[in-house]
Write a protein that binds this ligand. Structure first.
Ligand code: ARG
Length: 458
């Protein structure tokens, strides 16, 4: 057991207590952040005349050695240490002797861990953002490719109106674009260094907090030192953003699963992204999409856990806050692996234009357009709605679609029907005439793609 404290204790810690209290098994992933923070801290201590240049250089060399040796595996991060901060400090003292004992001057593990977590989260937020950008590139390519791949649009999972695959995928583009904005927004808000807040009340040493903040690439130092060590809002905001990303990925997965089913056959997920069954030889299952959908739950769980952990904590640091790590790390790993996997699956999926188009022709997706046709001929919309409703009922009994009826049959429902109705309710017309901003018609979609392309290139 290597602990940073013990002076005021008369007994050894109970092993079970030590294990329960320790965080090394999960905060070991913060080693780079911990070392970067320590280098910045001691650089600042020297600038302020609190350490000599020789002491600073010796500490920095020692810290870099620890980092190098843990990377190469010469030095193992083991559960003999309480946490990553103890591990680094104890090893520093082993390496460079008494000078190592000066590193923690004007610092507490409270501001140290707050810093490590911020640095780590900031790095991961940027990684998630990059992964989302790659997914958006894939979506945009598909949108460009499928401007005239017609398909049914659904409401209530019932065929509603025809649209294009480009338009459908464009909806996901918007979701993931908003997800990126959320990440960038929280990144701006969290971009302040808590280092120098000490245990919670700052310190009597003349620390230059803005200087350490700038050394670590932050846009500044946090203000209130009590808040600095107690704030985990950025973790919650990130988990919130990750939850929304998973919600979007999960909806998309659900559609991929449906579309890949024997009933829809809109898509075929590539063999490389599918799995088989141990008993049914014919099976090719969309497990990746199902797992992405399934893993959404654990990311929501991390968000709920963190909100609940923080809700009853009095100021300032309390050990409850150590619980900010495991589930957050798990959520980050989950999302940052789901996005590229989903992206790979999407990139390699074949979209069956013919099946989608055939499906769009069935299910009366042109009923709204047939009503709109009558409106153009002077029939009030509500009456037109009733007429087409009765027409649909008739079609159902004949097992035909509206466009398969003869003009004579149509005229028995309303005398306004003319020969031009067939063009007006054709699949192509139904899609291409929808030209309002954000609608599926080619011209409108081309504009949507132009705006989306400009966004990705900015
Ligand atoms: N392992 C702790 C954590 O993750 C580090 C901070 C410990 N601070 C303290 N006062 N015990 O929160």
């Amino acid at each position: 057991m290597a602990q940073l404290w013990g002076g005021r204790f008369t007994k050894e810690t109970e092993q079970a207590v030590y294990d329960f209290n320790a965080s090394i098994l999960f905060d070991r992933r913060l080693i780079h952040q911990d070392i970067a923070g320590s280098i910045a801290h001691c650089t600042m201590l020297c600038k302020q005349g609190i350490l000599t240049e020789q002491e600073r250089d010796s500490i920095i060399e020692g810290l870099k050695g620890i980092e190098k040796d843990t990377e190469s595996g010469i030095l193992a991060i083991t559960s003999a240490y309480e946490d990553i901060h103890s591990f680094v400090e104890a090893n520093l003292i082993d390496r460079i002797g008494d000078t190592g004992k000066k590193l923690h001057t004007g610092r507490s593990r409270n501001d140290q861990v707050a810093l490590d977590m911020r640095l780590y989260v900031k790095e991961q937020v940027l990684a998630t953002d990059t992964l989302l950008k790659e997914l958006l590139e894939t979506l945009l390519h598909l949108m460009e490719e499928h401007l005239d791949t017609y398909m049914p649009g659904f409401t209530h999972l019932q065929k509603a109106q025809p649209t294009s695959l480009s338009h459908h995928l464009g909806a996901y583009f918007e979701m993931f674009r908003r997800d990126r904005e959320r990440l960038q927004d929280l990144c701006r808000r969290m971009d302040y260094s808590p280092l120098g807040a000490g245990a919670f009340a700052g310190t009597t040493y003349p620390l230059d907090r803005e200087y350490t903040a700038s050394l670590l690439g932050f846009s500044g130092a946090t203000l209130n030192s009590m808040d600095s060590v107690s704030d985990r809002d950025y973790v919650i905001e990130y988990l919130g953003a990750l939850s929304l990303i998973m919600m979007h990925l999960s909806r998309f997965s659900e559609e991929m699963i449906l579309w890949n089913s024997n009933e829809y056959r809109f898509v075929e997920i590539d063999d490389a992204y599918s799995t088989g069954s141990s008993i049914m030889p014919q099976k090719k299952n969309p497990d990746i999409a199902e797992l992405v959908r399934g893993k959404t739950g654990r990311v929501y769980g991390a968000l709920m856990s963190m909100l609940t952990t923080m809700k009853g904590i009095p100021l300032a640091y309390n050990k409850d806050m150590q619980e900010d790590k495991e589930m957050t790390f798990d959520a980050i790993d989950t999302v940052n692996s789901c996005i590229p996997l989903f992206n790979g699956m999407l990139r390699t999926t074949s979209f069956r234009k013919d099946v989608m188009e055939k499906s769009a022709m069935k299910g009366f997706t042109n009923a709204t357009d047939a009503a709109d046709y009558l409106v153009l001929k002077g029939v009030p919309f509500r009456d037109a709605h009733g007429i087409i409703g009765r027409l649909v009922l008739y079609c159902l009994s004949k097992e035909k679609s509206i466009d398969e009826l003869s003009l004579e049959e149509l005229k028995t429902f309303d005398p306004h029907f003319e020969e031009d109705v067939f063009d007006a309710i054709s699949l192509e017309t139904c899609v291409e005439k929808r030209l309002t901003k954000g609608a599926p018609g080619r011209k409108a979609m081309e504009e949507e793609i132009r705006v989306s392309r400009a966004y990705l290139e900015q």
